[in-house]
Design a protein around this ligand. Structure first.
Ligand SMILES: [Zn+2]
Length: 330
């Protein structure tokens, strides 16, 4: 397992603090999913638990390294919550039990707690006490993916480290080396995934990429046949909100094309469809279209028990009217 290139600098920064013996005992990393923060913390933990590190590298041979490579180091604690479960006060009791007993290997102990937004208020308060008076050689790594600042007092006890998505150029180079897709497709996948390289890789190498291409093909054909209802079977699925996002991205691209902002297009692999829409419609019409799709998406998500097929059918009929589809020049 290798560290992603964009994580090398943060890794060195944090490990250097340990080498200088100036490391803060609790580091809170604010970031987004899809950058690889868990891998970063895993690598830092490997360095901390290595018995004979050389510079910023762990030796990979000592007993500590061997235990880590078998994922069985008794002083490495990873607290992951089940999908939608919160960390309640019992979790903090378990953490305290672990850290206030002696380290099993006689060295450091590491507590990795991702998803701090999942701490309940009472759990956060209890954890605060642990962070204020931590036992020696105990290192906490926390991750906040939402940046909601829910537990501001807790945050104030930690060293905050912000981890951003890498530059588009760097992400693109990495993605091109990790897929057999073309440059244009890689850039499209990155932009759809807010520049997050790992999410983009998963997206471009998965079924969803093919589904997306087929969806746009079907949409283009529906325009040519002047019958948007043809896309209903493709839309009326469990993940229809994703497809609505694709429609909105496409409409947004057509507005950008209209306004000569081609550098910022998202769907670089759908130029013909974008050209077609921007040639036929003004940005005002395209903007109204986006708004109605967003409203439809909101209703799909928020209103429980609503008939999805009926709602999508109504939206498609409305969209045909907005676009004046009968008079479309194909
Ligand atoms: Zn080692």
């Amino acid at each position: 397992m290798k560290l992603y290139p964009w994580l090398i600098k943060p890794y060195n920064n944090i490990v250097q603090q340990h080498i200088k013996k100036k490391a803060h005992h609790a580091v809170l990393i604010k970031t987004q999913r899809g950058i690889g923060v868990s891998l970063l913390i895993w690598f830092i933990s490997r360095w901390i638990l290595c018995l004979k590190p050389v510079g910023t590298k762990f030796c990979n041979e000592c007993h500590g390294c061997k235990l880590m490579s078998f994922k069985s180091h008794p002083d490495w604690y990873y607290f992951q919550s089940e999908k939608n479960n919160f960390f309640n006060i019992d979790y903090i009791r378990i953490i305290n039990e672990k850290i206030f007993t002696c380290s099993r290997q006689g060295g450091s102990k590491i507590i990795f707690l991702p998803d701090t937004e999942k701490l309940t208020e009472s759990a956060a308060n209890a954890f605060l006490k642990t962070l204020e008076e931590p036992p020696k050689r105990t290192w906490f790594f926390l991750v906040d993916y939402k940046n909601l600042n829910l537990h501001s007092t807790l945050n104030s006890r930690c060293l905050i480290y912000q981890l951003f998505a890498p530059d588009e150029k760097d992400s693109l180079n990495w993605l091109k080396n990790n897929t057999d897709k073309k440059n244009r497709s890689c850039l499209t996948a990155l932009r759809i995934n807010q520049g997050l390289p790992i999410s983009a890789k998963k997206f471009i190498n998965g079924e969803i990429w093919i589904e997306r291409i087929n969806f746009y093909k079907c949409l283009f054909n529906a325009f040519k046949n002047k019958n948007l209802l043809n896309i209903l079977p493709k839309l009326n699925k469990k993940n229809s909100t994703i497809q609505i996002n694709w429609i909105c991205f496409l409409l947004l691209d057509s507005i950008k094309f209209n306004l000569n902002q081609k550098k910022h297009l998202i769907n670089l692999d759908q130029i013909k469809l974008i050209q077609f829409l921007s040639f036929n419609y003004t940005h005002v019409i395209l903007d109204i279209s986006i708004r109605t799709w967003m409203k439809c998406q909101y209703r799909l998500i928020q209103i429980s028990g609503i008939n999805h097929e009926l709602l999508l059918l109504e939206q498609l009929l409305k969209w045909e009217k907005i676009l004046n589809i009968e008079f479309l020049q194909t």
